[in-house]
Design a protein around this ligand. Structure first.
Ligand SMILES: Cc1cc2nc3c(=O)[nH]c(=O)nc-3n(C[C@H](O)[C@H](O)[C@H](O)COP(=O)(O)O)c2cc1C
Ligand code: SF4
Length: 549
C-alpha cells in the first residue's frame, strides 16, 4: 500500500508537493483544518486517513500547534545550561501560557536561552528586549567562534562563486566516472552518523536503471547540541549545493532536494538565495554549460520531527506520508523517494566534495586517520569558555578540542554528551583516552555521531539526564516497531517514578528493557538510545545507586 502511496504522491511531480502543501496550509493558523486535509487527500487520490495521519505526526502541523506564538527550545544544551525556566517566565510577561510552545534545538547551543518567535530564532541576551522582538525590531544575531586546528577545508573562506564553480564545469568535462572514482578513493565517509562511504552509495545509485533519480541533502540536523550543518548552510551554502550537483551528475539525477528543518529559518533563506544566484549564473536548469546535464533544486521545509532525520522516514516525509521508518532492503539507492533510486547525504558530507575534486582524492585521504579520512566539524556548547564550531583533522585528541580549542569549561562539568541523544555519554575522566574519529569512539564504547558536544554540569542530576533522554526518545519515536514505541515510554516512566516517588528501579528490569531496545528495534533510534543510558549507568553508578534496588 505505501508503495502505491509513493507513486500517487509523485503524480503531480516534485513542484506541487503534498508535504509542502500541508506546510503552507499550516502557515496562518498553525495547523491545517480537517477540510483542507480532506481536499488535499482528494486531489492526490489518497485516503483522508493518510493526510490526517501525516499532519497529526508533526509538531508544526498537528492541531495542538494552533494558537502557538512563541516556541521555547527544550533541547539538551539549553536544559543542561538551566536557562529556559527564567526565559519562560520572561516570555509569560508578553504571552499567555497557551501561546508558548516548544521547539527541540534551535542550533543556538553556544548561547542558550533560545526561542523562536514569528519565524526567527533568538538566543543569549536577545530576550532582554522582548518589546523590540515583538515589534520585529529586535536583534536575532548570535555569535560563536569558528576556527580550524589543522587543515582548514570546510571552514575555509570561499573564493567567489564563479571561481568555486569552475571545478564543477571541469567535472562536467572530465566525466562522471572520474568524479566518482575521486570520491571513492578519498574514502569520504558520511558525517550524518553512520559513517557509510559516500562513493559506494553514489555507485549503487548510478548502477540502478531509471531516468528519474533523486539527490537528497539531509539538513534535518535534529541532534540537540549540533549546529555544524546550520553553520554550513548559512555560511558555506555553495559547498553543500556543489556536493549535490556533483552527486547528481554522477548518478544521473536531475533533481536535488534539500530537506531543511523548520527550526532553522535563516538557513532556508540563505540556501534559497544561493540557489537563485546559481540559477542567474546559468549553473542550474537545462543543458548546464552545454554539457547536456539538467539540474534543479527544491527546498522542502520540515515540520518538527526528530525521526525525519532518519533517511527513510525523511523520504516518507517528503512524499507526504506519515514519516515512519521503512524496512531495508530495498535501500534508498535502489528504491527511495517516489520509489526511484535516491542518494541521501548529510550536509557536512556533501560540503567536503569540492575539496576532493579540486585537490584530488589523495589530498583528503592524507588528512586524518587511515579509516577516518579528512576533517570533522565539532560544535561546542555554552559551557565551554570558547563555545563554537571547530574544524579538526580526524584523529585529533579530544583533549585538544576540550582544553585548547574550547578553552576548558566555564564551570565544573562531569560529562559530555557527544554525538547527540543516540551518541555516548563521555565522562570527563575519559577525555584523555579519545581521539576524534569513528574508531576511537567505537572502541571505547561511545559514538562519534555528528560530533556535537553538550556538557553536563556537576550539579545536574544524572537521573534527570536519563529521564530527559528517554522522554526525548519516546516523544520522537515514529511508532513503527513495538520495542521502541513501548520501550522508550516505559523507560521514561521508570525514571519519572524514581525521581518523583519512593520508587527503586530494578536493575535487571532496566537491563532487559535496554537489551530489547538494542536487539528488537527496527532503526537506530530505538536501537541507539540504550548507549548513553548504559554509559550513564556505568560511569555514574555511585551517584545513581540511591535510585536502584
Ligand atoms: C533517529 C535518527 C536520526 C537521524 N538524524 C539525522 C540527521 O538529522 N541528519 C543526518 O544527516 N543524518 C541523520 N541520521 C542518519 C541518516 O539516516 C543517514 O544515515 C544519513 O543522512 C546519510 O548521510 P551520510 O551518509 O552523509 O551520513 C539519523 C539517523 C537516525 C537513526
Ligand atoms: S526504532 Fe523507533 S523510530 Fe525506529 S522504526 Fe522503531 S519505532 Fe520507529
Amino acid at each position: 500500500m505505501s508503495k502505491n502511496l509513493s507513486d500517487l504522491s509523485f503524480r503531480k511531480g516534485l513542484k506541487y508537493n503534498l508535504f509542502d502543501e500541508m506546510g503552507k496550509l499550516a502557515q496562518d493558523q498553525g495547523a491545517p483544518s480537517q477540510e483542507e486535509l480532506d481536499a488535499l487527500a482528494e486531489e492526490f487520490l489518497i485516503g483522508k486517513a493518510n493526510t490526517f495521519g501525516t499532519a497529526s505526526f508533526y509538531d508544526f502541523l498537528k492541531p495542538e500547534n494552533k494558537g502557538k506564538k512563541v516556541y521555547v527550545c527544550n533541547g539538551t544544551a539549553c536544559l543542561c545550561a538551566g536557562t529556559q525556566d527564567s526565559l519562560i517566565e520572561n516570555l509569560k510577561t508578553k504571552f499567555s501560557p497557551d501561546e508558548i510552545g516548544h521547539m527541540t534545538c534551535l542550533g543556538r547551543c553556544h548561547e542558550n536561552s533560545a526561542f523562536n518567535y514569528n519565524g526567527k530564532n533568538y538566543s543569549g541576551d536577545n530576550a532582554n528586549d522582548l518589546n523590540a522582538i515583538i515589534d520585529n525590531q529586535g536583534s536575532n544575531n548570535d555569535k560563536y567562534n569558528v576556527a580550524a586546528s589543522g587543515a582548514q577545508i570546510l571552514t575555509a573562506e570561499m573564493s567567489d562563486v564563479d571561481d568555486y564553480f569552475q571545478v564543477f564545469k571541469d567535472t562536467l568535462q572530465r566525466g562522471r566516472d572520474t568524479a566518482l572514482s575521486e570520491i571513492k578513493l578519498s574514502n569520504l565517509r558520511g558525517r550524518g552518523g553512520a559513517g557509510f562511504p559516500m562513493g559506494l552509495k553514489l555507485e549503487f545509485c548510478k548502477n540502478e536503471p531509471g531516468d528519474v533519480k533523486f539527490i537528497i541533502c539531509n539538513a534535518d540536523e535534529g541532534d540537540p547540541g549540533a549546529y555544524s550543518d546550520r553553520y554550513l548552510l548559512e555560511e558555506r551554502p555553495y559547498s553543500v549545493l556543489f556536493g549535490m550537483m556533483v552527486s547528481a551528475f554522477i548518478v544521473g539525477s536531475n533533481h536535488g532536494i534539500l530537506y531543511i528543518r523548520a527550526e532553522y529559518p535563516e538557513s532556508i533563506e540563505v540556501v534559497q538565495n544561493a540557489i537563485d544566484t546559481l540559477k542567474a549564473k546559468g549553473l542550474l536548469g537545462k543543458d548546464i554549460c552545454g554539457s547536456g546535464f539538467d539540474f534543479e533544486f527544491k527546498i522542502i521545509q520540515a515540520q518538527g520531527s526528530y525521526i525525519c532525520g532518519e533517511e527513510t522516514a525523511l523520504i516518507n516525509s517528503i512524499e507526504g506520508q506519515r514519516p515512519e521508518v521503512r524496512v531495508r532492503p530495498p535501500y534508498p539507492a535502489q528504491r527511495g523517494l517516489f520509489n526511484k533510486p535516491t542518494v541521501v547525504n548529510n550536509v557536512e558530507t556533501l560540503a567536503a566534495v569540492h575539496y576532493i575534486l579540486n585537490n584530488c582524492c589523495q589530498a583528503w585521504k592524507d588528512i586524518g586517520t587511515e579509516r577516518s579520512s579528512g576533517t570533522k566539524l565539532v560544535c561546542l556548547d555554552s559551557l565551554f569558555n570558547k563555545p563554537g564550531m571547530y574544524e579538526v583533522e580526524m584523529g585529533t585528541p579530544l583533549a585538544t578540542v576540550v582544553n585548547e580549542l574550547g578553552g576548558g569549561f566555564k564551570r565544573p562539568v562531569k560529562a559530555m554528551q557527544i554525538g547527540g541523544p543516540l551518541g555516548g555519554l563521555v565522562p570527563v575522566t575519559a577525555i584523555d583516552q579519545l581521539t576524534v574519529d569513528f574508531e576511537s569512539f567505537a572502541q571505547n564504547g561511545f559514538l562519534l555521531g555528528h560530533a556535537s558536544v553538550v556538557c553536563v554540569p556537576e550539579d545536574f542530576p544524572m537521573i534527570k539526564f536519563m529521564e530527559h533522554l528517554f522522554e526525548f526518545a519516546s516523544y520522537e519515536s515514529c511508532g513503527k516497531c513495538f520495542p521502541c514505541r513501548l520501550g522508550t515510554k516505559r523507560g521514561h516512566e521508570l525514571m519519572q517514578k524514581a525521581i518523583e516517588e519512593e520508587y527503586k528501579i530494578d536493575k535487571n528490569l532496566l537491563d532487559d528493557l535496554l537489551t530489547t531496545l538494542e536487539e528488537g528495534s527496527l532503526c537506530a533510534h530505538g536501537g541507539g538510545i540504550p548507549l548513553p543510558i548504559r554509559n550513564t549507568l556505568q560511569y555514574f553508578n555511585e551517584e545513581l545507586k540511591t535510585y536502584f534496588n
